[in-house]
Write a protein that binds this ligand. Structure first.
Ligand code: ZN
Length: 166
């Protein structure tokens, strides 16, 4: 994605009020991020424990979604899969997040929920060679990564479309 400024990130938020967008804490070192390698910018708000954000580019502009993590954690003895990047990991590293729908639905308390990496760093995980492809030749590993990245992009689009549905 193209590099974003703090102001652009605040402006992109579709499902929170202007004051909530103004109060969010953007990621540090925005200027140093490797934006080309990011399908989505995801981070937890260091000043608001349960809040997190996903910002990504769509055909008609940048869309930012504010999320709230469930305050319960799953057992680390089990595994769970992030439903965005499809990484399987200890369940404690995956969290249930809810996003308020836009417009009237959101004002009526309507939310969309899904399981996502607790740190919201799906973009980095999607760029790693999946375990099932590690024994393959380099070209095939690259194909596996490209498929993973495309999968993340599609699931992210579907999630955002759900949040934007009125
Ligand atoms: Zn993930």
């Amino acid at each position: 994605m193209l590099a974003l400024t703090e102001a652009a990130i605040r402006r992109s938020m579709v499902n929170c009020s202007r004051s909530e967008a103004a109060a969010l804490t953007p990621p540090r070192d925005l200027a140093e991020l490797d934006w080309d390698a990011l399908e989505v910018l995801g981070w937890r708000d260091p000043k608001a424990e349960l809040r997190g954000y996903l910002v990504h580019e769509q055909a008609d502009g940048v869309v930012g979604v504010a999320l709230r993590a469930a305050d319960t954690r799953m057992s680390s003895r089990r595994s769970a899969m992030c439903l965005l990047c499809h990484e399987v990991q200890p369940a404690a590293a995956v969290s249930l997040f809810t996003a308020r729908r836009v417009g009237e639905a959101g004002r009526n308390g309507n939310t969309v929920g899904t399981y996502i990496c607790a740190d919201l760093e799906c973009a980095h995980r999607a760029r790693e060679v999946p375990p099932t492809a590690r024994h393959l030749a380099e070209e095939l590993q690259a194909v596996a990564v490209a498929e993973r990245v495309e999968g993340l992009r599609q699931r992210l689009r579907a999630f955002t479309a759900d949040v934007l549905r009125r």
